[in-house]
Design a protein around this ligand. Structure first.
Ligand code: FAD
Ligand code: NAG
Ligand code: NAG
Ligand code: NAG
Ligand code: NAG
Ligand code: NAG
Length: 464
């Protein structure tokens, strides 16, 4: 699609687009709303519930069969016990508490989910990594973090971006004498890909004050009933037919003025539907494959094409054949700071159902469920040979799985140097489209905060 120019060529392109939308959605039911929300994960659901609470009509278009994004809960078939194998906890703050209050959720204090003794093992050969432990962060780390307050709640970077933030974390630690923090900073789970290549900017943005409060001050809340997906099942019940599950946008038109609004053709299990809305909130990962159907212009394409998500997968496994009193954590025997080799299982963590574990897996390229489960099974068969007290005849059973790919889109040092974050922030409201989500920070509570600050602007645009 060529960039849309104003004037007669705009109306020509628009009418061609309108015909396309019309062709695919011919005779389809028309859904007219103030705001269309694409993606029903942490931020999309937050936007939906709060916009509705503020009297706006909404429709959520979600690709999967449930709301909740990276929140994944498996229910043990015999006891019904919820096992959270994606997201593990929420930050205890006003934004989270008021969201949960809107959803009638009873919360309780939580703890960091390290319940059993970790065994650090090199999963490439099954050998134990001896004398390895994770030290607390040094005061030096906190001093460094506090130099960059603009990385705490998003990525509104100064211009020019300090070059030191574009070093890899290994280079930054070397230059600023933080190498004593290497193991502590590399041992964070749910960071996709090669940890030794991650930019310092993303380390500070992720391992920020809010994240550290959870770990060091216990500022954590969880659902009192143990099911971290409860906010999303309650939200689904509340939103009802305002959510289209298993649905994706196949074609979209977005005008350049608020009055032009947004028109989408949506493929749903009940056939195509036309959505006519004033504004669009895009909360799915903003990568090209997700945004292509929306008729991006050149400016949008140039920005969006520079973000790439990481490759991350999670699942639940039983009958591991390993002693059930440990967690099994992947570390490199000979690698830099003992970071785990890729692709591979990050760790197997026990759950509150004896013998049932959840595992996380990361890679440098996209994998299928079959590939992840085959590799994970091979890892377990290897550990069965090397861990004392294991049963080499046990056949692991894979009972739940989710792909989290593309996870937490990031950009290259060069793109950041050239102002990609300034550019993405400048897209807010452009062509009636608003972006929120894990592009800006990783924790869901912080993302709700960022989203709550964006909502008044979206509402104002929808009232123009
Ligand atoms: C394993 C793991 C553990 C985590 N643990 C925690 C934790 O303990 N605490 C915490 O605060 N954060 C945690 N996070 C991070 C947190 O879950 C994310 O930052 C947060 O979910 C991001 O919210 P989001 O709205 O940007 O994206 P998501 O929650 O991923 O929502 C995006 C939604 O868009 C949908 N979607 C994707 N493509 C399309 C499309 N083309 N059309 C329509 N819909 C689409 C997806 O299915 C998804 O529902 C964890 C993440 C992972 C992967
Ligand atoms: C919360 O409870 C109130 C009062 O009972 C009800 O009106 C509302 O629909 C509930 N919301 C959700 C998300 O369950
Ligand atoms: C591990 O520590 C013990 C005691 O502190 C020491 O005897 C041993 O040599 C160490 N092993 C390695 C591989 O460093
Ligand atoms: C680097 O840090 C260590 C302690 O972490 C300290 O002993 C040393 O003097 C520091 N070196 C420099 C050059 O600052
Ligand atoms: C864990 O269980 C194994 C085998 O069941 C046993 O040999 C080992 O001593 C236990 N470890 C701890 C720390 O309890
Ligand atoms: C929300 O974001 C604002 C602005 O970035 C910040 O000052 C505030 O501390 C955040 N609140 C919470 C609860 O995180």
């Amino acid at each position: 699609m060529k960039p849309i120019k104003l004037g007669s060529s705009f109306s020509l392109v628009a009418s061609v687009l309108a015909r396309n939308v019309h062709a695919q959605c011919q005779g389809a039911e028309v859904i007219t709303r103030d705001i269309a929300i694409v993606g029903g994960g942490a931020t999309g659901t937050y936007a939906a519930i709060n916009l509705k609470d503020q009297g706006k009509s909404i429709i959520v278009i979600e690709k999967r069969g449930a709301l909740g994004g990276h929140t994944s809960t498996y229910h043990d078939p015999t006891t019904g016990t919820p096992i959270n194998y994606g997201l593990q906890l929420y930050h205890d703050d006003e934004v989270s508490r008021s969201f949960f209050a809107l959803l009638n959720i009873t919360v309780s204090g939580g703890t960091f989910p390290i319940s059993k003794i970790p065994l650090y093992i090199d999963f490439t050969d099954g050998s134990p990594v001896l004398n390895y432990s994770i030290p607390p962060l040094n005061e030096d780390y906190f001093q460094a973090l506090h130099k960059y307050p603009y990385l705490e709640n998003g990525l509104e970077l100064p211009d020019p971006v300090p070059e030191e933030l574009l070093l890899t974390w290994a280079e930054y630690m070397e230059q600023f004498n933080l190498t004593d923090d290497a193991i502590a900073t590399y041992s964070r789970p749910a960071v996709p890909g090669d940890l030794t290549k991650i930019l310092a900017l993303y380390v500070f943005n992720n391992l920020n004050t809010v994240m550290l409060e959870e770990e060091l001050e216990g500022k954590i809340i969880v659902n009192a009933n143990g099911d971290l997906a409860e906010p999303y099942s309650n939200a689904l019940a509340e939103l009802g037919s305002d959510v289209l599950l298993n649905s994706v946008v196949t074609d979209g038109q977005r005008g350049s003025k608020p009055a032009d609004g947004v028109r989408l053709c949506v493929s749903t299990p009940e056939g195509s539907k036309r959505v006519i809305a004033k504004q669009l909130v895009f909360s799915a990962p903003p990568v090209l494959e997700n945004l292509e159907p929306f008729g991006l212009d050149e400016r949008e394409t140039n920005i969006i094409s520079q973000f790439e998500g990481g490759f991350y997968y999670t699942g639940v496994v039983t009958n591991l054949g390993l002693p059930t009193n440990y967690s099994y954590v992947n570390r490199g025997q000979k690698t830099q700071s003992h970071v785990a080799s890729l692709p591979g299982v990050v760790m197997f963590n026990p759950t509150n159902v004896e013998g049932t574990y959840y595992y996380w897996y990361t890679s440098l390229s996209d994998l299928t469920k079959e590939q992840v489960e085959t590799e994970t099974r091979d890892t377990l068969k290897l550990l069965q040979k090397t861990v004392a007290g294991a049963d080499a005849n046990a056949e692991p059973q894979f009972v739940a799985y989710k792909s989290h790919t593309p996870l937490h889109p990031t950009a290259s040092a060069d793109a950041i140097r050239k102002g990609i974050y300034r550019d993405i922030y400048s897209l807010q409201g452009y062509r009636n489209t608003w972006y929120t989500g894990s592009l800006l920070v990783t924790g869901s509570s912080q993302l709700w905060n960022i989203t709550s600050q964006l909502l008044p602007r979206i509402i104002a645009a929808s009232e123009q």
